[in-house]
Design a binder for this molecule. Structure first.
Ligand SMILES: [Zn+2]
Length: 462
């Protein structure tokens, strides 16, 4: 995520009840320290198949989501995160199941209990007009958003439940299939590879397969009058972009550095982690950009943002490594996403414009912090998760680390970290351990100063 409001940048375990005796209900949350209600315990989703029929006139959807999961304990009942929308039918392993709903929690009692390690299938048929909402953690409308000429989905951290029933926490990654039907001439853009388009009388079904494990908040479906533009990226990587027809030529030009950015980041972060990349530019203005997996989301206004917008493009691309492939194990570790993506902008600026330019960006970060911030690695629960410190002070912490250990060790640390935790989750402690292991240095004092204290240290210099 990159908020577009600041000066230079505009941006922006599972616990199960021990299975002794009778099956127990799964926990209604995974115990996230920042957002405790998110996700659910007792099972591990393997795959979501999300089938949506979208009426662009009314905004309503007719939908079926099929969830293939494994029980991680004996379960008498379990929860899914799901907001609004009317459930028409719900089955578990083909049998109609009872369910109760309370705000964003849906508690499902299957006809027969599920045994630990058992694979099971939940099919939820539902309908209605999805509604976005503002989470206390972020003051923008998240989830399924409809605008005059289209739809975009931006769910970080808790908006996925506005359009499909989910185990909505990054700890439970899964693969996805999207089958989305819209009236012609609308076009659908979703995560992963477009594997089929099925043309009906006056409508088309777009089928996307996202075969890299993905956190629910990174799933996206976008609908508008898009033009799909493909290009070849490094090492045969497909880059496919979806641009609004009205601004496609301008957008193609504006995003023309993408392949070069991927090649540069491949070298310093390790290989691009997914099967495909590209962007979708909504046919409307947005106050943010989001690193939706394999397909970063931007508003059309990014096209007017000059070099700052290029930094935002680098930021969302860098999130594919930091945030998407390696996701936070708890939302409190959000700086592992935002500090890293913000530092990636500095690295891109340095690569394109020389070392002096990086210092200008970093000095601007430092000035914007003031003298005191929230502790980067422990932002206060209940506050704005995406506060300025997790971005700018997080980036400065990485710069301080780089100056402390030297370039060779620093980039080895980043590559070791992305390799060790790819398609998985990490904590601040995991990153600090990699940094000490790779550098062979004692770094506790530096990390304490930059990540855990409130006073902002002086600008890091060699
Ligand atoms: Zn970001």
């Amino acid at each position: 995520m990159h908020k577009l409001i600041l000066v230079i940048l505009m941006m922006t375990v599972a616990s199960g009840v021990l299975a002794q005796g009778d099956p127990q209900p799964g926990d209604p949350g995974v115990g996230d320290s920042f957002l405790p209600g998110l996700g659910n315990g007792g099972y591990d989703v393997q795959h979501y198949t999300i089938d949506l029929d979208v009426d662009m006139n009314t905004g309503a959807i007719d939908a079926t989501t099929t969830i293939e999961a494994n029980a991680t304990q004996d379960l008498s009942a379990f929860n899914l995160d799901f907001r609004g929308l009317e459930v028409v039918e719900l089955t578990v392993n083909g049998e109609v199941a009872e369910f109760e709903r309370n705000r964003s929690e849906m508690t499902i009692t299957p006809a027969a209990p599920l045994g630990v390690d058992e694979a099971f299938t939940v099919v939820v048929t539902y309908k209605g007009v999805p509604n976005s909402f503002e989470d206390s953690a972020i003051p923008i409308a998240i989830g399924w958003n409809r605008y005059d000429t289209g739809i975009y989905v931006a769910s970080e951290p808790s908006g996925a439940a506005t359009w499909f029933p989910a185990n909505d926490h990054p700890l439970d990654k899964a693969t996805f299939t999207f089958e989305v039907t819209v009236d012609d001439p609308y076009v659908v853009a979703a995560n992963g590879m477009l594997i089929e388009t099925v043309e009906g009388d006056a409508e088309t079904t777009y089928i996307f397969e996202a075969s890299d494990p993905m956190a629910t908040y990174l799933a996206t479906v976008n609908v508008a009058d898009f033009i799909r533009v493909e290009e070849a990226g490094p090492n045969g990587l497909l880059i496919r972009n979806y641009f609004p027809a009205v601004s496609a030529a301008q957008a193609e030009d504006y995003f023309s550095d993408t392949a070069e950015m991927i090649e540069y980041f491949n070298g310093i972060f390790g290989p691009y982690p997914f099967e495909v990349y590209g962007v979708v530019v909504a046919d409307t203005n947005l106050g943010f950009a989001l690193e939706t997996q394999t397909m970063s989301l931007f508003g059309e206004n990014v096209l007017e943002n000059g070099f700052n917008g290029q930094l935002t493009i680098a930021h969302e691309l860098a999130h594919q490594w930091f945030g998407d492939s390696v996701s936070p194990a708890d939302w409190q570790h959000i700086w592992l996403n935002e500090g890293f993506a913000s530092y990636a902008m500095v690295l891109w600026a340095e690569y394109k414009n020389g070392e002096g330019f990086a210092d200008v960006v970093l000095a601007n970060f430092h000035e914007n912090l003031g003298s005191s911030t929230v502790p980067v690695a422990e932002p206060p629960v209940g506050g704005n998760l995406f506060n300025v410190a997790v971005y700018f002070r997080g980036a400065l912490a990485l710069h301080a680390l780089r100056l402390e250990v030297g370039d060779e060790a620093f980039f080895n640390i980043l590559r070791t970290y992305t390799n060790r935790f790819h398609d998985s989750n990490a904590t601040t402690e995991d990153f600090m351990a990699v940094a000490e292991e790779v550098s062979g240095m004692e770094l506790d004092e530096m990390f304490q100063t930059w990540l855990y204290k409130r006073d902002v240290p002086p600008f890091p210099e060699e």
